[in-house]
Ligand binder design. Structure first.
Ligand SMILES: [Zn+2]
Length: 375
C-alpha cells in the first residue's frame, strides 16, 4: 500500500490519460484511507481558550501547541475535535447542583477561587469538551483501537460537588461511569449465558499531584480501582485516600520512581485479580519532570518516557485498552512540557501499533481481555 501511495503521490499534478488519472485517483483515495486507519486516535478540545487575567499561572496555550506539534511531527496520529459532554453524561459523576452552577454561571466567588479560573462561557465549553475528548478516547479504545488519547484532560481534582485546582469537571470519572453504562447496555443485548460481569476500570494517575477528586468520587465504588503515584508534599494539602496511593519524597529521581511504579502496578493488578480491569485511564502528567514549576520531583525526560513505556507495556501485556489523558505540566519553559507530552503521544502510537499487530495475529485477544473482566 505504501508503494501505491508513493506512486499516487508521484503522479499527482501531472497530465495523465483519463483512465490512468482515474486509477491514480483511486490509488490516492485508498492510500489516504490506509493512512487514516494506520494511526492512533487523539481528540482535542483547544478551540476554547480561557480569557485568563494577565500573569495567571495556568499555561493555557500548551494545548494548542501540543496539537500543532503532534499534527506537524507525528503522522501516525489522527486528530479529531471532541464533542462536548452533555449534562446527562456529566451527571454520572457530578451532582446536578454543581453542573447547574457551572453551566449557568452561578458559582460563588469562593468556588471560582477553588477552581482557580474566573467563570466564563468559554470555561463551560472548554470543560465540557475536555470531558468529551476523554469519552471519545475511552470509547475508541474499547471499540478495538486499544489505545486512544485526549490531548488534554486528566482533571482529577474535580469532585462530584465542586471544582478544584484548575479542574471543573472530572473527565476520567465521567468517562469511566459512561463506559461502564454502555458496557452494561451491550451485555443486556447478549443472550443471558453469554452476558458477563460489569466493566471494571483502573485509573493509573501518574500526575505529580494526588488525584483527590477521582479518589473521592470512587471511594465506595469497587468497580473502579484508583492508583495515584504523587509527590507527598504537593497539592492538594488534604489528600483523599484512593485504592492505592504511593507518596514520593521531594526530589525523587528516575530510579526510585520507576521502582515505585513497578511495585504499584504489580500490587494494583494483584488486588484486581478476581475481577481484572477491562479499561484503563492513564493520566500521564508531565509535571513530575525536573524542570516543572510545581512538581517537586526530579524525573528526567528519559525517566518520564520510561514511565510511559512501562505503563503501556503492562497494560498491553494484560490486554487492557487504554484511554490516555495528558493531565498536568507546568514547565518553566512551556515548550519543555509540550515536548514531554508529545513524546508520550509518540509512545502511545507505538503501543497502539503493538495492540493492532496483536489483534491481527489473534483477532479475539482484545475481546478475551474484556471477557475475563466480565462477571
Ligand atoms: Zn498535576
Amino acid at each position: 500500500m505504501q508503494a501505491v501511495f508513493a506512486a499516487a503521490q508521484q503522479t499527482r499534478g501531472r497530465c495523465l490519460e483519463p483512465g490512468v488519472r482515474a486509477l491514480a485517483s483511486r490509488c490516492a483515495a485508498a492510500a489516504a484511507c490506509f493512512l487514516e486507519s494506520a494511526a492512533v486516535l487523539a481528540f482535542h478540545s483547544d478551540a476554547f481558550t480561557l480569557p485568563l487575567p494577565a500573569g495567571h499561572r495556568f499555561p493555557m496555550g500548551r494545548y494548542a501547541m501540543l496539537r500543532e506539534q503532534v499534527q506537524r511531527t507525528l503522522p501516525g496520529v489522527r486528530i479529531h475535535e471532541a464533542a462536548p459532554a452533555s449534562d446527562g453524561e456529566l451527571a454520572l459523576a457530578h451532582e446536578p447542583a454543581w453542573i447547574d452552577a457551572v453551566v449557568h454561571g452561578t458559582t460563588s466567588a469562593a468556588e471560582q477561587r477553588e477552581i482557580g479560573f474566573p467563570w466564563s462561557e468559554r470555561m463551560v465549553q472548554r470543560s465540557r469538551r475536555s470531558v468529551g475528548a476523554t469519552i471519545h478516547a475511552a470509547r475508541a479504545a474499547l471499540a478495538g483501537e486499544g489505545v486512544a488519547a485526549n490531548l488534554a484532560g486528566g482533571t482529577h481534582h474535580a469532585h462530584a460537588h465542586k471544582g478544584s485546582g484548575w479542574c471543573v469537571f472530572n473527565d476520567v470519572a465521567v468517562a469511566a461511569r459512561l463506559m461502564q453504562a454502555e458496557h452494561h447496555r451491550d451485555q443486556l443485548r447478549l443472550p443471558k449465558r453469554q452476558a458477563g460481569r460489569g466493566l471494571r476500570v483502573i485509573v493509573i494517575d501518574l500526575d505529580v499531584h494526588q488525584g483527590d477528586g477521582t479518589a473521592a468520587i470512587f471511594k465506595d465504588d469497587p468497580t473502579v480501582f484508583t492508583l495515584s503515584l504523587h509527590a507527598a508534599r504537593n497539592f492538594p494539602a488534604r489528600k483523599v485516600a484512593g485504592d492505592l496511593d504511593v507518596e514520593l519524597p521531594d526530589g525523587c529521581t528516575d530510579a526510585p520512581y520507576l521502582a515505585a511504579l513497578d511495585a504499584a502496578l504489580a500490587s494494583a493488578f494483584e488486588r484486581c485479580a478476581t475481577h481484572p480491569p477491562g479499561l484503563a485511564f492513564y493520566l500521564a502528567g508531565a509535571d513530575p519532570h525536573e524542570d516543572d514549576r510545581l512538581g517537586r520531583l526530579k524525573l528526567t525526560a528519559e525517566g518520564l518516557a520510561e514511565r510511559d513505556r512501562r505503563v503501556f507495556a503492562e497494560l498491553g501485556r494484560r490486554g487492557v485498552p487504554i484511554a490516555l489523558t495528558m493531565a498536568g505540566g507546568y514547565g518553566r519553559d512551556i515548550a519543555t512540557t509540550v515536548a514531554l507530552q508529545r513524546r508520550t503521544i509518540a509512545l502511545a502510537f507505538e503501543a497502539w501499533q503493538r495492540w493492532q499487530s496483536c489483534q491481527a495475529a489473534a483477532p479475539r485477544s482484545a475481546d478475551a481481555g474484556m471477557e475475563e473482566s466480565s462477571r
